[in-house]
Design a protein around this ligand. Sequence first.
Ligand code: 6GU
Length: 239
Amino acid sequence: MKIDVVTIFPEYLDPLRAALLGRAIDRGLIEVGVHDLRNWTHDVHRAVDDAPYGGGPGMVMKPQIWGPALDEVCGERARLVVPTPAGKPFTQALAHEYAAEEHLVFACGRYEGIDQRVIDDAARRMPVDEVSIGDYVLVGGEAAVLVVVEAVVRLLPGVLGNPVSAEQDSFSDGLLEGPSYTRPEVWRDLAVPEVLRSGNHRLIDRWRRDRALERTAERRPDLLDALPEGSLDKADEAV
Ligand code: 6GU
């Protein structure tokens, strides 16, 4: 998979080359390009933004800079992702969609955003998503790109040491994952739940499912409401 990022803060994307993502690059599973938007400016001030039509606070990023930058970076088969608090929610389902793409391009806006015509024009030639990573406001899209790329790359075959752990993630069955424990059996007078030491895997699976249901009901009741019809069995309903 090829991943390109266009930004006015290229150094903000340095973590893409660290840890799990760095290892995926070294092993040739992903190819990452980070591009400074100011390379596409022509004036001495290298200006990328201007005052908004209609007035109001902040600045809007200029279409004449973004247009040529995206023309050059996107090529023929890209899916364009524009991080913005006004986007549709980024979800695990979208992470799986992105993991199946051959080329992702991220366009990082700062200030009050990018002139909408940049997005509308790109959408005439390629799939474009404006996505948000949550209900809060960041200064720019860069931190969101780190989040999205990490969520996507860990789904690529060969990136995670143990592929079973991706299958058992929170959200893979529509529920939050319950608690986990390792040794010692008692720590600061807190004991590991007895059932996990029983060796009875039918009971252990049931216990884990119950804790997942409890935790989801407590923290994310919206996820329970969104489960497809028939996802809960009789034993689930009893929790
Ligand atoms: Cl994707 N961008 C910005 N600037 N703020 C956000 C966001 C994205 N998602 C939530 N807040």
